[in-house]
Ligand binder design. Sequence first.
Ligand SMILES: Cc1ncc(COP(=O)(O)O)c(C=O)c1O
Length: 351
Amino acid sequence: MDELEREYGVTNSIKLASNENAWGSSPKAIEAIREALTNLHRYPDGSNYYLVKAIAEKFGFSPSEVIIGNGSDEIIEFLVKAYVEKGDEVITSHPSFLMYQKVVQVRGGVNNILPLKDMRHDLATILGTITDRTRLIFLDNPNNPTATAIPPGDLYTFLSNVPESVIVVLDEAYVDFMDPEMQVDAYSLVRNSKGRCGVVILRTFSKAYGLAGIRVGYGLMAADIVSSLHRVRQPFNVNKLAQVAAIAALGDTEFYEKTLQGTREGKAWLQKEVKKLGCTTYPSQTNFFLIDVKGDAAALYEAMLYKGVIIRSMKPYGYSHVIRVTVGTDEENYRFVGALADCLSELGYVS
Ligand SMILES: Cc1ncc(COP(=O)(O)O)c(C=O)c1O
């Protein structure tokens, strides 16, 4: 935002581009950080003992099935470091979260990148692409950037057909925003893997808990996978403030519920207003959604920057008329709709 204001000469800019929490951070997390500030001369607890325990208790896992990362990004790195040697294969979708591809590339893995089908993971083609060299399959569920989720029945069938030698990584960064009937049972996916692939669930404190800036995420998986990941991580990978903030945020149901409700209501309002402007919206299981603006998305993105509103163009992903917007506060949503209306008419996209 600073950069935008410097380069475009705008003030009071808003960012609806990174799927962050519009309502800030859990007040309980901020209080916990404040209290921990007097103890920064000591290294953090390298085992993340209390945070692991809190997550295990909340979701019914054993602590040996939980790992913490400096963002869930870091756990993606651990997985690739631990399981992918040069020439091993990893399956990802496109477009999906770009971090998977970057990490596999650095590691010298062979990345089979399969196009989405109707903006969804193409599970049949993924199954057909598995070989003896396949180590990992990354599925962000819901998918970023399309906001689509895999129907649970389809996912269970898919998993039962993936060989035991493969690990499927189910990245649930946006799980909190999903309709309850679309959510899968993480516990049974991790625990009941006899005769099929292992499943790793990734989650983050960056979205519904509002802690993107402090970097903390977690993974739920079989204890032997956790052990492999511990071997490739740094001893103090998660800082002290992140640990106390995450524990406090987990217990802050008031902030969590406020975020979910604000997202639900804001998304419904935005979708209604955007349709009034002549655009089409896509269904969403997340705190962001796609909009077909009926014209070049890159030009619209640029025009929105001049109004001080940062969104994402999906043109680089192959959706030339589509933008992605994150649900903001009421005030931000209102600003976004006003700016969009002006830009659409300036660019002559809709009458
Ligand atoms: C699908 C997906 N996975 C993981 C992440 C990264 O989350 P974290 O902030 O925990 O590294 C993101 C961030 O936008 C995401 O969209």
